[in-house]
Design a binder for this molecule. Structure first.
Ligand code: ATP
Length: 944
């Protein structure tokens, strides 16, 4: 039997469940093991060994394989032709070390890809779908994967339907089933059994897994889960979501390709040049010369490759994502870490994000007189005092309508404190009712004298900005409506004033005056109205037919205090060149009053654009106005998307918050869609890039700060790594080009550094400090700089600096080598001198690389990881020149103590001189604040 053909009670019986208690926890667990998790089956993952081999296809790795090939060729010559096994063994060591490096690197990338996936999966679990389910008579929220057939579930606007359900109760429930039927229009749901074999789209008493609730709410029993659901039947296996490369990862991939080509050209050029040089000098091409040339070529190939870069980058991005989650900002992809740092506009909802969403009615106007409501928070204690003691015409009808047309409740907790349940605006009205002695439960259930039933509910939505109920009061029907005063007044015919009914034309001015008075005090305003209707309209009228010809009973003024910490956040964001825009469904005057309190605007007459003005405006006008507008009021969710587009057209990177289902398209359109973790609907969370676990605006600021920090750190370590590569390549190339004659004991073809020395620098003395740079604390002025331009590559503006520093360092390394050779050192010692000069040059340079300015501007001791990495790299590099095993393998040789002292300290000179020159340049440049920490990087040339 199909559940849509069955009666509700039959479905419940068949599934052995109960509408008011739900399943027991035990039964639910048993069914979970019987039916399995409520999830679609995943496609098989690529096996680990395949993933590992795939990582060997990278261009950087290919270059290293070429180096291995060259090393074997060289060893072959030595063993079989030249008969020089000692030299041959050196080449074999080299090839083993490079192979080792390849596998360590591939292992590292593989491990990091796995752990990045794990961290992202963990974050995804936090962002997973949830469902509200009745178990053992208690409503609880469980991960959607835990639903089983027979579960009783409840859904409301903005939820996903997480399994196939048969509806038991619906209130204006509409769902969108486009994923199954292709039909974009929402389907109205009902609970009666259907005859015959209805198609999925016509099964109006069923809800389907993956559909969204676009309106109303409903209660249903789960009839199918996972692959048994309609979605499961049509779903092909879900492929593992491919992790897309982030823009920085793409920049590095493109750079790697370019470097591979450069490396091949340099290697070929070097081989030819060395051979020509030898032929010119000796007249023949000896194998000895060929072997030496090969050594240089191998060293060069290794030197050109920033081996550790991709692995370090992904690790740092993943660490960033985890760090953000600890800060209550949950991001769904690594891309968002980068984009967050570039945010230039934050468009935020008001209620709940900028304000506390703890609403209290402090004033109201009813029956022609106004009142102050005393008392704070949710405690139902406080006097209601008239503004004018001689004018108290009574407000019972207003109070009754406020509490009956209401979804909320308050209940005392164990400590006797009142706790709110439901929509905060409605809670405020319930508390006001209690203060005046009108209690919803008493009116509906306990008071024998009253015979009032709620027979229909037309739930609130932010498009209509109203909600209504239809009641039957002792045989008479009434619709009670409440909502935004401007919207409601347009549907009002009469106004209650001192017991009389005044036509709207006469009474409108007085009411609007009250609304403005409340709004100027930053109060949220809400109008309450009533209408007598006949039975036919009561039972069958549409929302639009019911919500018209109203009689206005009064206006409530509700305070929703701004969150105290937001003002400081807004100030800091402004300093960081990031604009904050408030987008709210609330009244224009209320919105501006709150924006003033929070520092979003400073001008009390700041322009506010309202939804209806937006609707009348074309996209070009909005595009021109958008940069100057900070407050949008009475907007509907669809306007948000237009605001995002207008700002994006201005070249801005826009972060946009949202909580309702209709906000989802705007969140998708924004560069960073932000959903509220607590109050947000499931659909919005699904569409978002960032989920605020605590719903706080300050978390957005912290996430942007973290995004900027991570980006700056990545930029710093890339700059450092690439400087090393330039230095290594140039040190070797200078040797090839300039050393045309033997010097002392050192042959003209001896490379400045051996391949293993270069490898050591890349993997040890460079990679470790680079990694530590990834964890660096932000520079003091990080949030005093304007947002970065997303269109620019991470390397723009720093290439000159990389080349200048790299060239000076490479030159110094070559000079050290030549000086060593000229002082009569062996080739090994001269190369060791060059090696240590490079190592220490870079270890000094790393302190400069962590600043966008110079090393004088940063406290060298505030990154302990960096100090440890530098200490370790320095000691290990000295040790490999002293230990015989490494002397043999790497070609190093011990030096004298004064020389060690010299190679430790002298390589600091270029860094200090270049940084000093830069400082001098800023100091002498007229009108430029080289000293001011708040100067923007745009004013400061990154180049030397
Ligand atoms: P934001 O978009 O910043 O979250 P908001 O919460 O004020 O602002 P909406 O929830 O769309 O925006 O509310 C818009 C207006 O609808 C409110 O100003 C109020 O007048 C009215 N309103 C809000 N909640 C209710 C409710 N529960 N019943 C009736 N009317 C309501």
């Amino acid at each position: 039997m199909n559940p849509h053909n069955e009666h509700k009670a039959d479905v419940l019986n068949r599934l052995h469940t109960n509408r008011s208690t739900g399943l027991s926890q035990q039964e639910a667990a048993a069914r979970l093991s019987e039916y399995g998790e409520n999830a679609l089956a995943q496609a098989k993952q690529t096996p680990a060994w395949k993933q590992f081999l795939l990582s060997l296809k990278e261009p950087l790795v290919i270059i290293l394989f070429i180096a291995v090939g060259l090393a074997w060729a060289s060893a072959g010559y030595d063993f079989f032709v030249r008969d020089d096994p000692a030299h041959g063994m050196a080449a074999v060591y080299e090839s083993i070390a490079i192979l080792l490096l390849i596998f360590i690197n591939a292992g590292l990338s593989f491990w990091q890809a796995k752990s990045a996936q794990k961290s992202l999966d963990a974050l995804k679990v936090m962002a997973d779908h949830h469902a509200k389910v009745l178990r053992d008579s208690e409503w609880e929220t469980v991960p959607a994967s835990q639903l089983v057939p027979g579960d009783i579930v409840s859904v409301k606007t903005g939820d996903f339907i997480e399994a196939d359900v048969r509806w038991l109760h619906v209130a204006e429930l509409q769902t969108n089933e486009a994923h199954l039927t292709g039909e974009a229009e929402p389907v109205q749901k009902q609970t009666h059994a259907l005859d015959g074999d209805a198609q999925v789209g016509d099964r109006t008493n069923m809800g389907f897994s993956g559909a969204t609730v676009t309106h109303g709410n409903g209660l249903g029993v789960v009839v199918a889960t996972g692959m048994q659901s309609e979605l499961g039947k049509i779903a092909t296996l879900l492929n593992q979501v491919e992790t897309k490369k982030t823009p920085i990862e793409r920049t590095i991939a493109a750079l790697s390709k370019k470097l591979m080509i450069v490396a091949i050209i340099i290697v070929a050029f070097t081989l030819i040049l060395e051979m020509v040089k030898a032929v010119q000098q000796t007249g023949t091409l000896s194998f000895e010369v060929l072997a030496e040339s090969l050594s240089t070529a191998i060293a060069l190939a290794v030197a050109a490759i920033p081996d550790a870069l991709p692995a370090v980058l992904s690790i740092v991005l993943t660490i960033g994502a985890t760090m953000l989650a600890k800060n209550n900002g949950l991001i769904k992809s690594l891309n968002s870490v980068e984009t967050l740092g570039a945010t230039s506009y934050i468009a935020s909802d008001k209620t709940g994000t900028l304000t506390r969403n703890q609403m209290t009615v402090t004033r109201f106007y009813a029956n022609g007189a106004s009142y102050v409501v005393e008392g704070d928070g949710y405690e139902p204690v406080g006097e209601i005092l008239p503004d004018d003691e001689d004018d108290t015409p009574g407000f019972t009808r207003f109070m009754l309508a406020s509490v009956l047309n209401n979804d909320a409740a308050i209940q005392a907790d164990e400590d006797g404190r009142s706790q709110p349940y439901g929509n905060p605006t409605d809670v405020a009205l319930i508390v006001m009712g209690h203060k005046s002695g009108v209690d919803r439960d008493t009116v509906l259930n306990k008071d024998q004298a009253l015979d009032i039933d709620i027979i229909r509910e037309l739930p609130f939505d932010s498009e209509r900005k109203m909600m209504s109920v239809v009641i039957k009061d002792a045989g008479r029907y009434q619709v009670l409506t409440k909502g935004a005063p401007d919207v409601l007044l347009a549907k009002t015919d009469l106004i209650e004033d001192h017991g009389k009914m005044i036509p709207i034309a006469e009474g409108r001015a007085a009411v609007e005056h009250q609304v403005n008075r409340f709004a100027e005090q930053a109060l949220r305003t809400l109008a309450v109205a009533v209408r007598d209707i006949d039975e036919a309209l009561a039972l069958h009228g549409t929302t639009a037919q019911l919500e018209q010809h109203l009689t206005l009973l009064g206006i409530a003024g509700i305070i929703d205090p701004p969150r105290p910490e937001v003002r400081q956040s807004v100030k800091e964001l402004h300093q960081a060149g990031i604009n904050v825009v408030m987008i709210t469904g609330d009244h224009a005057v209320t919105a501006r009053a709150i924006a003033l309190k929070l520092g979003i605007v400073t001008d009390p007459n700041a322009r506010v654009i309202e939804g209806k003005q937006l609707a009348a405006m074309d996209d070009d006008t909005l595009f021109r106005l958008a940069p100057d507008i900070r407050v949008y009021a009475r907007v509907s969710p669809e306007h948000k998307q237009r605001i995002v587009h207008a700002l994006q057209r201005q070249g801005e990177t826009v972060a946009m918050t949202g909580d309702g289902i209709n906000d989802a398209p705007a969140l998708r359109a924004a560069d960073i869609g932000i959903a509220m973790g607590i109050n947000g609907t499931e659909v919005t969370k699904d569409a978002a890039d960032l989920i605020l676990l605590d719903d706080q605006f300050t978390t957005i600021e912290n996430s942007v700060r973290a995004g900027r920090t991570i980006f700056a750190n990545i930029k710093n370590f890339m700059r450092h790594e690439l400087t090393t590569n330039v230095a290594e390549v140039l040190a070797l190339l200078f040797g090839v080009l300039l050393m045309t004659q033997p010097i002392g004991q050192v042959a003209a073809t001896t490379p400045t550094l051996t391949a293993l020395m270069v490898l050591w620098v890349n993997m040890v003395s460079d990679a470790l400090p680079s990694f530590a740079l990834g964890y660096d604390v932000p520079e003091a002025d990080l949030m005093h700089r304007p947002p970065r331009n997303v269109k620019q590559s991470i390397l723009s503006g720093v290439l000159t600096r990389i080349f200048v520093r790299g060239t000076v360092m490479g030159g110094l390394v070559y000079v050290a080598f030549v000086w060593g050779a000229a002082s009569g050192m062996s080739a090994g010692q001269a190369q060791t001198l060059a090696f240590l000069t490079l190592v220490f040059g870079q270890l000094w340079h790393v302190f400069d690389a962590r600043s966008t300015r110079t090393l004088f501007r940063r406290n060298p001791f505030n990154n302990p990881r960096l100090l440890m990495a530098v200490g370790f790299a320095a000691s290990a590099s000295l040790l490999v020149t002293l230990m015989p095993f490494f002397n043999e393998v790497m070609g190093t040789a011990p030096l004298s103590t004064p020389l060690y002292a010299a190679v430790i300290f002298l390589p600091a000179i270029p860094t200090f001189i270049l940084s000093g020159l830069k400082e001098l340049y800023w100091a002498l440049r007229p009108g430029k604040g080289g000293k001011s920490q708040s100067a923007s990087p745009n004013e400061i040339p990154e180049a030397d």
